[in-house]
Design a protein around this ligand. Sequence first.
Ligand code: BYC
Ligand code: FE
Ligand code: FE
Length: 481
Amino acid sequence: MPDGMKVDYDGLIPNNVGLNDDARVRKALETWHPGYINWWKDMGPEGFQDALVFLRTAVGVDPEGWAKFGFVKMPDYKWGILLASAVEGRRIAFGAHKGEPVWQEVPGEHRAMLRRLVVIQGDTEPASVEQQRHLGTTAPSLYDLRNLFQVNVEEGRHLWAMVYLLQKYFGRDGREEADDLLRRRSGHPDAARMLGAFNEATPDWLSFFMFTTFTDRDGKMQLGALAQSGFDPLSRTCRFMLTEEAHHMFVGETGVTRVIERTCQAMRAAGIDDPTDVAAVRKLGVIDLPLVQRKINLHVSLTLDLFGSEVSTNAANMFNAGLKGRYREDKLTDDHQLVNDTYPVLRLVDGAIVTQDVPALSALNMRLRDDFVGDTRGGVRRWNQVIEKAAYAYRLALPHVAFNRRIGEFASATADPAGELMGAAAWEARRDAFLPTAEDGVYLDSLMVPVREAGRYAGWIAPPKVGIDNKPGDFEYVQIE
Ligand code: BYC
Ligand code: FE
Ligand code: FE
């Protein structure tokens, strides 16, 4: 096995970074560990800390079969520190340092910026666990319950990944940042998480599936950009995290697919021809498609905010410094410095949405957001195929990027999901057609009753096509008590 791929499972913290030979960092992490476990027990999945859960654990970083499946109590999960293998002779691929060897230590001139990136990335991971902590009590099946917990333990591992970087490379202030990551809380009035979307509630399973479809996909895009970093330990960490992210988006996208499937089946069986006849559809105990659309509108707009301002000097500085590249920078074929390039950005000018060419370096957030929007289209198309197959004319769509924004160019705009600008009063008057309403919440709550018999599913969601790790339909993914 190539060096750096061996995972040491004997100590408290499984790792392939040679912790056994690094007494200082091992001690720092072992000191941080009890606080993490306390946080997990306080803020992690509520009510299931003693359940045996069928989880995958990373036991290597080679693409083939790194996952080992088995039953484990979540607090005993082996949260490891795993870096993808080093690439021999790797060089910085972009920015002012392009062509120089990658850094194995923090470059002093960029220290503050790099620390901030690692802290922001780290902050989102426990935030999502906190946001999802109540969902276990209403899971629609043991299969879904297990998927929720798999996502949760891996987000916990992503926190470990960033804490390792802080403890190993940032000395005392890194240690303080690592402690603060356990102190902030999603939605807390005085100690909130750093980015907007991570302080929102995830009140029901449809929101969970939307979050993992869209917000975890922001994770994919941001990790993709950080995987290009000239700071090699960050790059290697993110490359391995990306292999886990794929499963999170799978859980989300197939979750929404199964909701739509069930709704279409139930409507057909009841002879309903009009999917917008919400009263009739809700009598069947399934989730109407207009509500699915409103949830898409909400979660997409919250997630678009996570890309920051369209025009951003922070983004330009991070790129120039060689810290954060573009999505798939290594596959792009320009000069990777962008000093003389422009990029088209959507802006709000004199009350109209227009496209303006701006210096490409300042438009990197916009560019990553464009890549994100492109990446989401396949999922929405697959959702629509389910509706089409059931012979309904209804179609789901992504909202326009100007809709319901709090960050960037459109923070002050009031646009509908199609991108039509309107007055604030007109927008307010139509709000309930755009975004989930209090009544929607009450209806969803009424559906969120737990199903805990192996192989059974709540009435609002279809069973999955295949089991996890090819297990049969009646497999008991979570053994409660
Ligand atoms: N909320 O130049 P600007 C994931 C702040 S998800 C609150 O516009 P910049 C995951 C910004 O910090 C991926 N504040 O933006 C998914 C700045 O503040 P300062 C997470 C915001 O800096 C699911 C000011 O506004 N990783 O992994 O270019 C489950 C002006 O900033 C927001 C990352 O995001 C906001 N939405 O870009 C679990 C990667 N947006 O400095 C996990 C690391 C902006 O003036 N982060 N601000 O005080 C970054 O690359 C950048 O910080 C951002 C912002 C892209 C987030
Ligand atoms: Fe993550
Ligand atoms: Fe994730």
